[in-house]
Write a protein that binds this ligand. Sequence first.
Ligand code: NI
Length: 475
Amino acid sequence: MKKRKTILKKFNPTIVTIIVFILLSIFIIKGNEVLSSNRKEEVNSETEYSAYPGVDIITDIYEEDTQNVAIHYPSFNDNSLNAEISDYIYNSKNEFLNNVDNNQEYLKKYPATLNISFDIHPFYKDMYSIVFSSESYVTGANGMQKSRVFLLDVKKNQFINQREILNDNEKNRDKLYNLLLKEFEKSEKYNQFLFNDYLKDWVFDKDNSFENMFLTEEFLSFKFDKYMVTAGVAGTPEINIPLNKVDDLISNDWKEIIKINSQEKTTPPNIPEEIDEIESENKDNENKIPSKQVAITFDDGPHPVNTLSILRLLDEYNAKATFFMLGSKVDFYPDVTREVSKNDHELGNHTWNHKKMTSLGKEEIELEIQKTNEAIIAATGGKGSTVFRPPYGAINDEVRDIVKMQCVLWTIDTMDWKSHNPDEVLGIVKENITDGSVLLMHDIHNSTVEAVELILKFLKDEGYEFVTVSELNSN
Ligand code: NI
């Protein structure tokens, strides 16, 4: 300590001040860089609380005059794995955007939609099947449905080729054909739509490398594209053959893996230990009763870092909020979901993967709502969602009837997803706030955390009380 002081003394104080000033400037610039490189931050910091060790889920959602887009994709620690997934997403998106460009006029009336989402199946230690589904509707007529399968080992940072798994020869193809046929015939959903000749041609095609094949803990599965072996109404069928029936079809190396697997099932995704308790110090309710209320709402989460930061801020201001969650993200981050519910915020249902409800059939709508609710209940240990918010705010009477929950929209769109600018977000709130406002925000963006802090401070000073949407509506 003493030594340091003497060193400092030797310097001219103005020089010291200048150096400190320069260092501070560098620090601030660096800080801003980190904030502005949202994407990188999200990818890097998301690994810790995932229910699927080594994998995170990234969500990209935007809404323009001519298009509504929601893209969900997995993110890994390894860049070569990420690069291949990015290529797939980039190409799918480009194809869609080209179609949008060619139909601009029409789309101003009926926006195009793109939804890319994935199912993830852990099938062995550190190994996952990722099954993408991409659906797009551009000119209203027939939508496009496509799928793509990736098998990977996140420990070795490698993709797994289906050919390694399959013991491919004439006899086995015959067996495979019969197994697939049997499963198709058993399936009430698909049996009347199968084109047997197509299936036969597909299985015996010499160039077939079975890229649509994947493993789960119980099945050897195949994801077929639309029209590939069935009529269009069947969509993209997924056929599952129980592992105990496919022994002959599996190469020797993989037989071992699958055998071990079926004996002692892979442990369910690790649920990490309790996230540090968020200190909730109930600030004394000041004696004066606030006369004005506001409901802050967050869509498209939960997010493993940003949601938790927002929870801390809300606690600081003794604020309650409503979180409209996507089931696919609740599935990845059950601990974060539980943390939200433990803090007495309201849990809302925002569908499983952000499809536009008004363009879906009854069954699909029910499935989106139900799956999401089940994930929330599983994560929180009982507390389900109490309110619903339709993606893109797209709602009609048919959707309302099916949902059977209160449907909540918003009165102030903060545009946080677009500007990524906390000051601009605050500006929008300042300009539009009134008693009973419902603010729309998104807890998946880093910049939103900062915006929430600014908004809480501003609205508290203005005398607002922060309540959930159900509390707001009950008054
Ligand atoms: Ni949304």
